[in-house]
Design a binder for this molecule. Structure first.
Ligand code: MLT
Ligand code: MN
Ligand code: ZN
Length: 299
């Protein structure tokens, strides 16, 4: 199985367009201390020929341009991307669908709950219904979006997308609106969970034995955004478990059997983004990799 991390940042990317926090500022310099990063998406293929895109970020055009295996290869119009899967309806995971217009056939997969947020917004009709099929997938049901690749979606603690929040919103609910994807090719297994509010025993049992885990690395501490002085929201309020502190993912997953541990969906306020930081050191010493764009794995 081939995996390419197309975008390793959370919503907003790095640097974020309007942010002068120390990390965004460093990402605008040539110092090499902070690598710029695009928004959350991966591509997966069983054979290097046919690819599944998991999440369609607002940066998808640049991500495809920068990734030669995703370039058109035959005739006048072609794409190696055969299918797109959504793990939630957040802007950073769906806005890129608008770039995938132009009459290119593919199938769009997600839970009914996630596809509803796309179906309910007519701007997405730029993906013509007779060209792009939208296929709702039940939780815990194995399907094959690309021949040779089996995917199973499972609920993880989360919340509705920010743009759908209302008074009835519940944080940490395990519903169809935030899912993880278990992606399998032959004996190899990859778990992709870019958003998760809490590490539960169910989740640990689910991912035990995977060859690689790509996991929510939005915040280091629950209060990263407050510490950085750029916002008032905690990780929990945004539906993201912190890497460290009470209930943090590093500790919670320490005893689970996992091949490679990689943080993705990293917010621009997360100190681990600084290459020479003590925070980066600390995370790496616990066997976690902080993803950068273009990081690829062969499982
Ligand atoms: C998130 O992951 O919390 C969302 O992408 C936030 C957003 O939509 O800006
Ligand atoms: Mn996000
Ligand atoms: Zn910033």
């Amino acid at each position: 199985m081939h995996v390419v991390i197309l975008g390793s940042a959370a919503g907003g990317g790095l640097p974020q367009w309007n942010c002068r926090c120390p990390i965004c500022s460093l990402a605008r310099t040539e110092s090499g201390r902070v690598k710029p990063r695009t928004q959350s998406s991966i591509a997966v293929s069983p054979d290097g020929e046919r690819w599944l895109l998991v999440n369609a970020s607002p940066d998808i055009r640049q991500q495809i341009s920068d990734t030669s295996v995703l370039h058109p290869r035959e005739g006048l119009r072609h794409s190696p991307i055969h299918a797109v899967l959504l793990t939630n309806g957040d802007v950073d995971h769906v806005a890129g669908l608008l770039t995938l217009r132009e009459g290119q056939p593919f199938t769009l997969y997600g839970t009914a709950g996630i596809l509803d947020s796309v179906n309910g917004n007519r701007v997405f009709d730029v993906m013509a219904a007779d060209v792009v099929r939208r296929e709702p997938i039940r939780l815990d049901y194995a399907f094959e979006p690309v021949p040779g690749l089996t995917v199973t979606l499972f609920a993880v603690p989360g919340k509705v997308p920010l743009w759908l929040e209302d008074e009835s919103m519940e944080i940490g609910a395990e519903t169809e609106t935030t899912v993880g994807a278990m992606i399998e090719s032959g004996p190899k297994r990859l778990a992709y969970i870019p958003g998760c509010a809490r590490v539960t025993d169910d989740l640990k049992a689910r991912i035990a034995g995977v060859d690689a885990l790509l996991f929510d690395g939005t915040v280091l501490h629950d209060d990263d955004m407050i510490r950085a002085g750029v916002g008032t929201k905690t990780g929990w309020r945004m539906g993201h478990v912190p890497m460290t502190g009470p209930g943090g993912s590093i500790e919670a997953l320490a005893d689970t059997d996992i091949g490679r541990r990689i943080f993705v969906h990293i917010n621009n306020t997360n100190p681990v983004l600084v290459e020479d930081s003590v925070e980066r050191d600390r995370v790496e010493s616990r066997n976690w990799t902080v993803a950068h764009d273009g990081l690829s794995l062969t499982l």
